[in-house]
Write a protein that binds this ligand. Structure first.
Ligand SMILES: *[C@@H]1O[C@H](CO)[C@@H](O)[C@H](O)[C@H]1NC(C)=O
Ligand SMILES: *[C@@H]1O[C@H](CO)[C@@H](O)[C@H](O)[C@H]1NC(C)=O
Ligand SMILES: *[C@@H]1O[C@H](CO)[C@@H](O)[C@H](O)[C@H]1NC(C)=O
Length: 377
């Protein structure tokens, strides 16, 4: 019996060592910027799937903020090349120790999952993967487009891990009720399925279609006109039409989880709103919206910005939805605003009931009343 138990414990220990540490690999490519790219890429194995995480550690400071960047759907870490290029010269002033980019499962250099992973399960896996790499919270999370659902899912699941949120034309909880998506989810998936068919039957023809700009502007392939460092652009162009269809399958799979993910965010926020005026409390929250995305979207973005009592809403009148490549300087400026909010915290506004914080007069009246009472007694 004793021997069996020891054997069992030994096996469990061995398995955990294999699962959690020995199978991660580290390499320096693929870069995101053309010169002096000091990033390190990791393939982190967690529950059977490898996640590609690329980390940029600032060597000039010993501690500071850890920033996470999540792309829109169906894009991956290469989307952040121009933002990173503009961020590096500011890292020290902004006290940024780590800038971390990753590819959701199936995109970029990450394993394709056998089934769709929703935004909450992704948050759990991301958190565990970063823990394995020893990049510990707190995090400042930036999400572009669908990354907006991911960052809110992460915050809702692990609020104490998060000290700041930046949503870049990010998806809000009302995606679940979005009439365009309700009408067009099927045809969007069909488009990806037709790409998979073309790529399988005629790979060279599909690559040519990509190069000639025949892929829809929001379908994941960057043409040469997109403002990105050459290496990041090349990564995107090489990986997208991969003949294994890994990327295109990831996109189809992720589309299949979008309603489920946004419904979970919708329900979680609605539940909090029953008792809290600000479901995200006083968590620093910066929201950038592309005016080009339309009025209904703008109204929803306004509502999203109101989820925290400590938010800033920036309207971008010049960019398309693709703000990380159209206007990377604005993203770095928004991060500067966000970090300044983190460093100058606002008091927690008590929701629903009368707040005593702001009203010094009410406070002093109360104090005088109390002293008067004491005198009377
Ligand atoms: C660190 O300092 C060196 C030397 O001043 C500089 O070249 C480099 O850009 C700095 N890196 C960061 C991330 O601040
Ligand atoms: C896919 O194949 C069809 C039929 O050959 C063709 O008409 C279409 O242009 C192709 N599209 C892409 C993006 O490859
Ligand atoms: C929260 O309280 C602070 C100061 O007490 C105040 O300046 C701020 O406007 C309040 N925010 C909201 C959204 O009510």
């Amino acid at each position: 019996m004793v021997n069996n138990n020891i054997l069992y414990i030994a096996i469990v220990l061995l398995c955990s060592i294999f699962t959690f540490s020995s199978s991660q690999s580290v390499f320096t490519t693929p870069g995101l910027i053309d010169q002096n790219d000091f990033g390190v890429s990791h393939l982190v194995l967690f529950e059977g799937l490898k996640l590609h995480v690329r980390t940029y550690e600032n060597p000039n400071i010993t501690s500071g903020y850890t920033l996470l960047f999540d792309s829109g759907l169906p894009y991956f870490s290469s989307s952040w090349g121009s933002v990173l290029l503009n961020l590096i010269p500011k890292m020290t002033d902004l006290k940024i120790k780590n800038a971390i980019f990753f590819d959701r499962y199936g995109y970029g250099y990450s394993d394709l999952s056998p089934y769709g992973i929703d935004s909450f399960d992704f948050a759990r896996r991301l958190r565990a993967s970063l823990n394995i790499l020893n990049f510990q919270p707190p995090y400042v999370i930036t999400g572009w487009s669908w990354g907006g659902i991911n960052l809110q899912s992460y915050y809702l699941a692990y609020p104490s891990d998060v000290i700041g949120l930046l949503s870049i034309d990010g998806t809000d909880k009302e995606f679940y009720n979005d009439p365009w998506w309700i009408a067009n989810m099927g045809s969007t998936m069909d488009t990806f399925k037709s790409y998979i068919k073309n790529n399988t039957e005629n790979h060279d023809g599909f690559v040519l279609a990509c190069q000639e700009g025949r892929i829809g502007p929001n379908f994941g392939y960057y043409t040469n006109s997109v403002k990105l460092p050459k290496i990041a652009l090349k990564n995107n162009q090489d990986i997208y039409p991969d003949s294994s269809n890994k990327y295109l399958n990831a996109a189809t799979q992720e589309l299949g989880t979008m309603f489920q993910s946004s419904l979970k965010v919708l329900n979680a926020v609605n539940r909090l709103q029953e008792t809290e005026e600000y479901p995200y409390k006083n968590t620093p929250f910066v929201v950038i919206t592309a005016a080009a995305s339309g009025q209904a979207w703008m109204a929803r973005q306004n509502d999203m910005a109101k989820l925290s009592s400590n938010s800033k809403h920036i309207i971008d009148y010049t960019s398309s939805h693709h703000i990380p490549t159209d206007n990377p300087v604005e993203v770095v400026n928004a991060l500067t605003d966000l970090i300044s909010k983190i460093e100058n915290p606002e008091p927690l506004n008590s929701s629903g009931s009368i707040s005593f914080y702001p009203n010094r007069l009410a406070m002093s009246i109360l104090v005088s009343l109390a002293s008067a009472l004491l005198v009377l007694i």
